[in-house]
Design a protein around this ligand. Sequence first.
Ligand SMILES: [Zn+2]
Length: 145
Amino acid sequence: MLGGLARWLRAAGYDAQFEYGIDDGDLVRRAAASGQILLSSDGPMFERNLIKKAHVRALYIPQQLSKMEQLQFVLRELKLPRRQAKCMSCGGELSEVPKHAVMGEAPPLAFRNCERFWRCTRCSKLFWHGTHWQRITHRLGELAE
Ligand SMILES: [Zn+2]
């Protein structure tokens, strides 16, 4: 349910893992073992003992929120400042690549309209700041004000 949120948390610079269909118990145990914060829209999950006894930091994400609202909600509730973006696919570090190096690889429209490009050092995926990115960062900027 929150797969899109994980991608945008990475864009905001945070490690986020998402696994489709993972068992609730496994998820809680994994968060307990790794010290990661558990995010879920699944109300009954919050009845689990590990969470109730506060061995796991968990945040309930209201289901009716849009993806963007979910991201804003999480950053606000957990008081997370925006950091340098990570790869939206795998959470790897991004390193900037010169524009001429991505000619023929970047889609023509992106190559024409964007000046800066980044490559994931882990999965090699290429990123640029397209209109979608600009809309998101603009709204995250509003949040920070
Ligand atoms: Zn990556």
